[in-house]
Write a protein that binds this ligand. Structure first.
Ligand SMILES: [Mn+2]
Length: 323
């Protein structure tokens, strides 16, 4: 059962010190929703920070105006610890101990989970982005949404909806976006920061990865991979392979796409996407992974060649079963 935003807002009003957490490999939703909430809580006079354990990617740095810290000692025994866009300690492993220090713990997330870990949880898999949920929470906190909060929320929502293209995009998503425009956001500025500041190294890596593209099942399944050698050759980081899996899905006729990332020799992280057909959460579940019907991931322990074969077979089987 979800706790209402009214209940959660009440908890926030009575707290003085609040520490926010989000998942590793932050995306625009993770950081955008955290920044928006941090700013709103500071507007209410709270001492509030976002505690991180990894670096903010260059295209999201514009969001952090002194909200983020990497120092767990910044706050002793916070009144409240809030995890956003994630609901399990494995998503913030190095900060899990600090999270438990919170006198009260709250989770705000849109990833489906079977067992919520916090005292108060608002988990809504129907929400396109955690940013949508934070928008509603800020409304309950009675904090006016200004340009800065609005742009952070817009960054969150544009990221997780694939710029309002994915199936999770609803009338509600657009209504919230409209409210953000009314608050004075510059949507074009946010989009340029997020989408149009690509490093040349990233583009070179993309070229290398696309060279590995293989199609299976009459062109319905597209699979690529990236290994450490490609990173060394191009000077790009593994995080810069993000987004390619969505590009693959955009190929005409493709229903399921996958990118296989060699984290370590023999350890392969698989990210999958589905278009109109296919349920990649079903595949991920089989390998102890997680995600949504149209976007999911898991880890395999085998060679790249074996992984490509296995993933292609699972994808074709998934489509054949009518998902
Ligand atoms: Mn999200």
């Amino acid at each position: 059962m979800n706790d209402s935003f009214v209940t959660i807002a009440e908890q926030m009003r009575t707290a003085d010190t609040i520490l926010l957490f989000t998942h590793i490999n932050m995306d625009g939703d993770a950081l955008g929703s955290s920044v928006a909430l941090c700013r709103a809580l500071r507007d209410l006079g709270k001492t509030c920070y976002i505690l991180l354990e990894d670096e903010i990617s260059d295209n999201l740095k514009f969001l952090d105006k002194d909200y983020c810290t990497w120092d767990p000692e910044i706050m002793k025994d916070p009144d409240l610890c809030v995890c956003l866009d994630c609901g399990e300690e494995g998503r913030f492993p190095k900060r899990a101990e600090k999270f438990r220090e919170g006198k009260v713990k709250i989770c705000i997330d849109h990833h489906r989970t079977s067992d919520p870990i916090c005292d108060y949880n608002h988990i809504d898999p129907e929400a396109s982005a955690t940013g949508e949920l934070v928008y509603k929470l800020i409304r309950c906190l009675d904090v006016p949404i200004d340009k800065e909060i609005g742009e952070a929320l817009f960054a969150a929502i544009t990221t997780d909806t694939g710029n309002f293209q994915y199936t999770n995009t609803t009338a509600e998503t657009h209504r919230i976006a409209a409210e953000l425009y009314d608050a004075g956001i510059d949507g074009n500025y946010v989009s340029i920061q997020i989408y149009e500041r690509i490093r040349i190294e990233r583009l070179r890596l993309t070229t290398r990865i696309l060279d590995t593209l293989q199609l299976f099942g009459d062109g319905k399944v597209a699979i690529t991979y990236v290994n450490q050698e490609m990173l060394d050759e191009t000077g790009a980081g593994m995080d810069e392979a993000e987004g390619i899996v969505a590009t693959l899905r955009s190929i005409d006729g493709v229903q399921i796409s996958a990118i296989l990332k060699e984290k370590n020799p023999g350890e392969i992280k698989v990210s999958m996407r589905a278009k109109e057909q296919g349920d990649v959460a079903m595949i991920a579940k089989e390998f102890a992974g997680g995600g949504h019907k149209k976007a999911a991931g898991f880890t395999l322990h085998c060679s790249m060649e074996e992984a490509v074969t296995l993933v292609s077979e699972k994808a074709m089987e998934n489509l054949a079963n009518g998902y």
